[in-house]
Structures are given as structure tokens and as C-alpha cells.
Design a protein around this ligand. Structure first.
Ligand code: SAH
Ligand code: SF4
Ligand code: F3S
Length: 468
């Protein structure tokens, strides 16, 4: 083992004390914090941990950065677009900092785990107080303490291999929440920066996961999504618990109604997992199964380790075993060397599978990844054209496929209420992840209700409440 887990555990304890001390100092001052996250659910979960620590330090959340005493930008670097947005938004804080010099500005997240980027940002924006990477979230109270004393912080450590446990979490949402089961990624898909900024795969102890699920259920959450970059490779340190076993164990938590998970890498989606999905009552009948491309040549260059045929076989198996399962995906267009033929293979795969949602991206070269060094990068114009073609196809397939839901009855967890146009429409997701809008009021939020689908509307469905 490279590091002893005690390092971060010791740091967590120390930081808890620092947070409490700051909390005593801040008592009665009505201080506020504002966090903006730019990335995936993992990134948003990090923000929830920062929120938990900030509450211990005496700050409360605000949605308005103009009244915040601490402003945090939690960055993502998976595509260039996410990075450009951050730079622009940080630059715009200069004015705010000139007017209110006491405001603490912090920048963290995956982008800041890249040493050279963090250093560049630290130099370019002298008004930023704190810059730290993904391995140092638990040390945040120390950085705030430094800032309160007038010192700046720049840190991009790598303490890979450790799992910080026991951080306070301020969860957003009231009924549905995320629980991390593993950190990092070992897959090194050639286009992807995540393994470089999130470190190697490390799985949490099953008991820690179950304890966290029990705790969130006790707080009133009834739907839990288990999170990891590749949940299929979850394995407890003694090798006894794999992902299908974990799903079964977690589903036994009393009071939990629904269990979801993401993301599954198609290369190691096992029969055992399909069986667990089919037979474990609380596990929802939806899977996010990123395909990335429909061309075997491109899949190979991407290092995805499956073929189009193998992927389609997995889809068939899922559909034959897990009743009414819906499949969603991620797709990249314009990977280096992608020809019209390769792209056509992607289009035909999308048609063949019939996804209920596809998150589509133009390939964005990431410095340090293998694909960024490949010859024959695709011109931006071609990428744009392909993205449009793919999105148009997906939209038309979706429109057609949504018709099959008309007349279907199912249970939704009500997430919110839309009051546009004088109508009050409640909305919530079915087990299969499809969103249904139906006439209903705010007091339904958080409830599980039976609905019948009566119509479709773009990506979502329209329905009405029915008796059980
Ligand atoms: N671990 C998850 C996804 C992580 S990133 C998985 O393996 O599925 C989310 C999505 O961003 C990926 O599925 C991919 O479609 C997209 N993505 C990652 N790197 C990208 C890049 N360099 N350019 C464009 N899209 C990218
Ligand atoms: Fe990136 Fe691939 Fe890991 Fe997903 S599995 S995070 S796409 S390297
Ligand atoms: Fe997520 Fe972006 Fe990091 S997608 S893991 S926040 S690079």
C-alpha cells in the first residue's frame, strides 16, 4: 500500500477542530457561502462535503454570490467548454473582490488537480485566496483559516489510495441523494482526463456505505444513487463484496424505496449484475451504459475494450432479463481519425438500441491524454455537423419510442412542481428514469404516486394520477 489511510483520517479530525473553532469565531455574524459546481455528480458530491464543512464553520448557503462571504468554484476539466466557463467566471469576480475585499474566493475540483493549471490560475488571479485539488477537500477548514489570517493557499497533492471517511455532508435535495461507493478510475479511455485528476480506483468499505445509506434514510431520503466512475469494478478490500452483492446488501436497508447507480462501464457488466438488477426489488429498471461510439475501430482507439457486437449483446441480455428496462448513454463524436463510415456506425447503433436519453459530446482534446497526441484530429466544423446529425436522429427516435409508454402505469417519486402557464403540473421519475408531468400540487413532492402515461412531450411524458 502506497499510503497509510491514517494520514487523511488524522487530517479530517484536525480539520473538524479547526472548523469548530472558526464556527465559534463566526457565531452570530450571519455569514454565507456560495458554491458553483461545473462537473459530474462526483463533483457535486464534493460540493456537498464542502457545504457540510462550511456549516460547521458557521456559514449558511446562499444562491446569490453578491451576498456571499465565501465563494467557491468547483471546477471540471472533462471538456474544454467546462474550463473556459470557469476562467470567464473567475475573472468576473475581480470587481466584487475590489468592492468587498474580505470575501474569500476559492477554486477547487478536477481542473485544479492539474498542477500547472492550478499554478497558472493562482498567478493570474491574485485575488483568489484558495486553490486546491480533489485530494484535499477534507483540508478545506485549514485553507479557510489561512485565508482569514490573510494567507493564500495553493495545493495540488496526490494522496491517492486513501478514502477520507466521516466528512459532514450538506445534501441538496430532500428525497433523493447520492452515496459514493468508489473513487477514481483505472480505465484510461484514451480521450479521458478523469483518471489523471481523480486517481486510481479505490472502493469504500461496504459497511461504511451501508451506514451512510441508513443515515440518509433516517434523514428522510427514500431514493439513493450509488456513485462511481465505474461501479462494476467495485470490490471490497477483502475481495468478498463485488458490486452485485453490494446492491443486494444496500437494498436491504429498511425504509429505502429506490436504489439507482451510475456509471456502468459496458466492458465488465456481468451476468451477476443483470441478475441482481432483475431480482432485487428496490433496484430501478434503468441503466446508464455509455457506448461512446458505434465503430469498432474507434472503440479500439478509445481503449474501451468492448466491441459494438459485445455491447449490443449486453443490451439484449439486459432487456430480456430486466423488465421494461430503459437505457441511457454517452456518445462522443469527432474522435481523432473518425471517418464518415465510423460515424454512420454510431448512428446505426443509436437507431438499433433506441436509448431513452443520449448525452452527446464533441470530442475535446485533453492535454496529457493519449488521444490528444493522435494524428488526424477532426476539424471543429465536422464535429459540429456530426453532433447535430446525431442529436437530430436521437430526437426523432425518442419521439417515436416515447409513444410506447402511452397507457403504461407506474410509480413516480414526485420531485417538484411546475407552475407555468397557470397550470400546476407535478413531475417525477418512473423507475426507468423517464420523467412524467401530471396535474398535481406542491404537497405531493416527496411522495410515491401511481400514474398512467397519457401523452408525450419532447424528452418527457405526460400523465395523470391513478388509484393504486
Ligand atoms: N466514468 C464515466 C463517465 C465520465 S465522463 C464513464 O466511463 O462512462 C462523462 C462523459 O464525458 C463520458 O462518458 C464521455 O462521453 C464524455 N467525455 C469524456 N472525456 C471527453 C472528451 N475528452 N471529449 C468529449 N467528451 C468526453
Ligand atoms: Fe473516463 Fe473511461 Fe474512466 Fe469513464 S471509464 S472516467 S470515460 S477513463
Ligand atoms: Fe467529474 Fe469533470 Fe472531474 S466530469 S470527475 S468533475 S473532470
Amino acid at each position: 500500500m502506497k499510503n497509510t489511510p491514517l494520514v487523511s483520517q488524522y487530517e479530517i479530525e484536525r480539520n473538524r477542530e479547526i472548523a469548530e473553532n472558526i464556527g465559534r469565531l463566526n457565531n452570530g455574524k450571519n455569514l454565507k457561502y456560495y458554491i458553483e459546481s461545473y462537473g459530474c455528480q462526483m463533483n457535486e458530491h464534493d460540493a456537498e462535503k464542502l457545504g457540510g464543512m462550511l456549516i460547521n464553520m458557521g456559514y449558511t448557503a446562499t444562491e446569490d454570490k453578491n451576498e456571499a462571504d465565501i465563494i467557491i468554484f468547483n471546477t471540471c476539466c472533462v471538456r474544454e467548454h467546462a474550463e473556459l466557463r470557469v476562467f470567464g467566471n473567475i475573472g468576473a469576480l475581480k470587481k466584487l473582490k475590489d468592492e468587498r475585499p474580505d470575501v474569500i474566493i476559492a477554486v477547487c475540483g478536477c481542473m485544479m488537480q492539474q498542477k500547472s493549471v492550478a499554478e497558472h490560475l493562482y498567478k493570474r488571479y491574485p485575488f483568489v485566496n484558495i486553490v486546491f485539488g480533489t485530494h484535499d477537500i477534507h483540508n478545506f477548514p485549514t485553507f479557510v483559516e489561512n485565508a482569514l489570517c490573510g494567507d493564500r493557499t495553493l495545493i495540488t497533492r496526490n494522496i491517492d489510495g486513501e478514502i477520507p471517511e466521516g466528512l459532514p455532508i450538506r445534501r441538496s435535495g430532500s428525497f433523493s441523494t447520492h452515496v459514493i461507493i468508489m473513487y477514481g478510475c483505472n480505465n484510461f479511455c484514451t480521450y479521458c482526463i478523469v483518471p489523471y485528476v481523480r486517481g486510481r480506483e479505490r472502493s469504500r468499505d461496504p459497511q461504511a456505505i451501508i451506514d451512510e445509506v441508513k443515515a440518509v434514510v433516517a434523514q428522510g431520503y427514500t431514493e439513493v444513487t450509488l456513485l462511481g466512475q465505474n461501479v462494476n469494478s467495485y470490490r471490497s478490500s477483502d475481495g468478498q463484496v463485488n458490486f452485485p452483492k453490494l446492491l443486494k446488501m444496500v437494498s436491504e436497508v429498511d425504509g429505502l424505496k429506490r436504489l439507482r447507480f451510475m456509471t456502468s462501464h459496458p466492458k465488465d457488466l456481468s451476468d451477476e449484475l443483470i441478475e441482481a438488477m432483475a431480482t432485487t426489488n428496490k433496484v430501478c429498471h434503468h441503466i446508464h451504459l455509455p457506448v461512446q461510439s458505434g465503430s469498432n475501430r474507434i472503440l479500439k482507439l478509445m481503449n474501451r475494450v468492448y466491441t459494438r457486437e459485445k455491447y449490443l449483446e449486453t443490451v439484449e441480455k439486459l432487456r430480456s432479463k430486466v423488465k421494461d428496462i430503459e437505457i441511457t448513454t454517452d456518445i462522443i463524436v469527432g474522435f481523432p481519425t473518425e471517418t464518415d463510415e465510423d460515424f454512420k456506425d454510431t448512428l446505426s447503433l443509436v437507431e438499433q438500441v433506441g436509448y431513452s436519453a443520449a448525452y452527446t459530446f464533441m470530442y475535446s482534446p485533453r492535454k496529457g491524454t493519449r488521444a490528444a497526441e493522435m494524428d488526424d484530429q477532426i476539424p471543429q466544423e465536422v464535429k459540429k455537423q456530426r453532433l447535430k446529425e446525431l442529436n437530430d436522429l436521437e430526437a426523432s427516435i425518442l419521439q417515436k419510442n416515447n409513444l410506447k409508454f402511452i397507457g403504461m402505469k407506474g410509480e413516480v417519486l414526485v420531485e417538484g412542481c411546475d407552475k407555468r402557464e397557470g397550470n400546476t403540473m407535478a413531475f417525477g421519475k418512473l423507475s426507468n428514469f423517464k420523467m412524467v408531468y401530471f396535474p398535481g400540487s406542491e404537497d405531493l413532492i416527496g411522495k410515491y404516486l401511481n400514474v398512467e402515461v397519457t401523452d408525450t412531450h419532447h424528452n418527457s411524458l405526460i400523465g395523470k394520477m391513478i388509484e393504486e
